[in-house]
Design a protein around this ligand. Structure first.
Ligand code: KG4
Ligand code: ZN
Length: 334
């Protein structure tokens, strides 16, 4: 059987993305960022995000098809996949509606994709050997979850954040320190120049095996600045990032020990964090487990992971109906 040719579309938040996969091979991956639309507001403005998706979607999809060497008017696809949740409802509607219209026009099946499940398969796009069971640490702007993955399509959530997501903590602290949006890359850069032991920030839920909490940590950083107005931003960033990565690495390794997992993978936007990548790699090396650090291109939001997750979902359960509606609060359990 020839490998399935899939178009994936992702518009759950502030990136308009489209990609074409043949089997597990990425033929094209196009991302149009809306950073310049939102950065002066210090966060994503839902109404503006939907409008920007409407403006970008047709050209982003056309570019993904032509980059893949296909005729954009008659691409000969086998499947069209689009994210249907979780995310901003107006943003989701744009990609979902476009995908359905394209699938109708080309008379190919359509499938809706859970954005979080797409993050879980992203490491496969790196071409590394798949090892199951594995623990995936999914850390993004909206989610922090530890997941036991037993095959391409089967997984169980072991724990999650009870308040802020890890990326949200990065974004809020960065905003407070005037480091721009999104906050992760700025903190990552600053932290390299600071002392991670300068401030003793809390490590929450130390004794609760797999759940996380970051809102107290965020408050502690704000309080530290109030108490030490001359504190160096570099030291605050380094100490904050050390507190976050301590908890993430410790809980991931505890999940490995508890489940006997053979591998660990990082997914989601925070997986781009350099300290998290280094420390998780050392911990896995020390424990003798394989580690897969998704390439930065596939750990932040992209449509290649949506195309792959769509292909997996289609294999499991066939196409979705064209009545599929966006699900802004979709979780990994659904
Ligand atoms: O997965 P993603 O692209 O979008 C969501 O689905 O949320 O993740 C975006 C998040 C943002 O919170 C951003 O600050 C964070 O990923 N991020 C980072 C880094 N790069 C992006 N966090 C820490 N360090 C980074 N280098
Ligand atoms: Zn994401």
């Amino acid at each position: 059987m020839t490998e399935r040719l899939v178009l994936g579309i992702e518009t759950s938040c502030d990136d308009t993305a489209a990609a074409v996969l043949r089997g597990d091979t990425v033929l094209s991956s196009v991302i149009s960022s809306q950073l310049d639309v939102h950065d002066r507001f210090g966060g994503v403005v839902p109404e503006l995000a939907s409008r920007a998706h409407v403006e970008a979607i047709a050209s982003v999809v056309t570019k993904a098809l032509t980059d893949a060497g296909l005729d954009p008017l008659a691409p000969g696809l086998d499947l069209v996949a689009a994210t249907y949740g979780p995310g901003l409802v107006g943003s989701l509607l744009v990609g979902l509606s476009f995908a359905k219209a394209a699938a109708k026009r080309w008379e190919v099946p359509f499938v809706g994709v859970n954005h979080l499940a797409a993050h879980l398969v992203a490491p496969i796009l790196e071409g590394e050997a798949e090892r199951y069971p594995k623990i995936v640490l999914l850390v993004s702007g909206g989610h922090t979850e530890l997941v036991l993955v037993t095959s391409r399509s089967e997984y169980r959530v072991l724990g999650a954040t009870i308040d802020d997501a890890a990326g949200e903590a990065f974004d809020k602290v960065a905003r407070f320190l005037g480091l721009g949006y999104p906050g992760g890359p700025g903190i990552d850069r600053m932290a390299k120049l600071g002392d991670p032991t300068a401030f003793a920030f809390p490590r929450a839920l130390k004794d609760v095996p797999f759940d996380f909490s970051f809102s107290g940590l965020k408050t502690s950083v704000l309080r530290a600045v109030e108490l030490n107005p001359t504190a160096k931003t570099e030291d605050l960033c380094a100490s904050f990032q050390r507190a976050v990565t301590d908890v993430l690495v410790q809980k991931t390794m505890a999940a490995v020990a508890a489940t006997g997992a053979e591998g660990v993978a990082l997914a989601g936007g925070v997986a781009a964090n350099s300290e998290l990548r280094e420390r998780l790699k050392s911990a896995c090396d020390a424990a003798g487990v394989a580690v897969s650090l998704a390439g930065r291109a596939f750990c932040t939001d992209n449509a290649a992971m949506v195309a792959l997750a769509g292909s997996v979902a289609f294999e499991q359960a066939g196409p979705h109906r064209f009545t599929l509606a966006p699900e802004p609060s979709l979780s990994l359990g659904d």
